[in-house]
Design a protein around this ligand. Sequence first.
Ligand code: SF4
Length: 268
Amino acid sequence: MTAPNDRIRRSLRQRLQSLQEAGVQQLPRTGGKLAPTSSLAPLAATQAVSADDRRPIPAGLVAEQPLIQAEMESSAAPVRSAAATLEVLQLEVAGCTRCVELARTRTQTVFGVGNPRARLCFMGEAPGADEDRLGEPFVGRAGQLLNKILEACRLRREDVYILNTLKCRPPGNRNPAPDEAANCRRFLDRQLELIEPEFICCLGAIAAQNLLATTESIGRLRGRVHAYGAFKVVCTYHPAYLLRNPSAKKQTWDDMKLLMREMGTPVD
Ligand code: SF4
């Protein structure tokens, strides 16, 4: 596993480069909401001095120095860094218009919610009407069922991270198109890289097939542990499917027991 400070440094450098390409010239220090990009001041010229040791900082790192320094100041740096960098990413997602139809029809983007350093991420397919309206994933009837599933696993929403494959609602709740999933993949991968969960639980076929790059049915994917890079992945039915097909709840509960056993917190 990458050292936390190296990961923070790499993440911040990548994000800063991305924002600079988008015209953003400076970011505020962490610990609060991000300032609107219109109020951002120009970058310092070519050299800065570390507040800690007064040694010159290489010119190439000048731009990221305020952010890195802010992260190192806290003993909770990894958690705060993940949260801060997720906020930056969320800002980028909010301005994304790659999927022309989705950007035109959405009320807002739906980024994700929960513990920025969760051991477990739940991943659905895309926001529905309630999520689009409220800006949070899994808040409708399916979300209420997910809350009950979490409760049964002795988890709270704030213990885990909940996100979707797509950050914008497809009109009429249609399935995400392949090009839309491909467009949004970089955001998903970035979120997972920052949160660095040990486990991902894919809710439904769309999430599972997209993450694992497979066309296997959810019925065949569920019931076992998959690998996606360093992440362990368990797939189960989407709560919306369970609302329509309550008899499938038993299989989902079996999947959750498998997941909890893998996590070392069995519930059976
Ligand atoms: S779905 Fe993702 S890639 Fe497409 S417009 Fe929304 S944020 Fe951008």
